[in-house]
Design a protein around this ligand. Structure first.
Ligand SMILES: [Fe+2]
Length: 165
């Protein structure tokens, strides 16, 4: 059977075609971004840390909700990502202080996971601060990344220090 290459059909204007496709894919990606939810199963049985986790998720959701506005408020988005970064760093420091004062045996590996998140967050903040034509996606991706990281991290790591606090 003879297979006809699709690319030859789009030789003229293929760049524009690729651009349109990328834009469509982007729109779909943004539409499928959903708000994150803290539920009781994420509790680490420490009221202070639970409140911080909830606040962290609340800020992420505030950013994700910006996608529903008719025209994307870039300045507000940038401000909120910087706020999220500050809050995330404050929270990780508070958590480390808490378990450093305990007998929790996995402090080092836990701090390593925090540090990886800190590095990734710093680079996202740099992207948000720089002149970026794709700023809407950078902002939404930052919130989506931070929020899903947190929920996953609570389940896989934070739950382990619970019995040592
Ligand atoms: Fe943690």
């Amino acid at each position: 059977m003879k297979v006809i290459g699709v690319s030859s059909v789009n030789d003229t204007g293929s760049e524009a075609f690729a651009g349109e496709q990328a834009e469509r894919t982007n729109k779909i990606k943004i539409k499928t971004m959903t708000n994150l939810q803290w539920t009781d199963e994420y509790s680490v049985k420490n009221a202070e840390i639970d409140e911080q986790h909830k606040e962290f998720i609340r800020i992420c959701n505030e950013i994700l909700s910006l996608k529903d506005k008719e025209s994307f408020p870039k300045e507000e988005g940038i401000k909120k990502v910087l706020q999220l970064g500050d809050y995330a760093f404050y929270h990780l420091d508070a958590e480390e202080k808490l378990f450093n004062e305990s007998e929790y045996p996995k402090k080092e590996v836990h701090i390593k996971a925090h540090n990886q998140f800190r590095e990734k967050t710093k680079s996202l903040i740099e992207q948000v601060r720089s002149e970026n034509s794709d700023i809407q996606n950078v902002i939404l991706d930052a919130a989506q990344f931070a929020g899903t990281w947190l929920l996953d991290h609570i389940g896989s790591m934070d739950k382990q220090y619970v019995k040592y606090l």
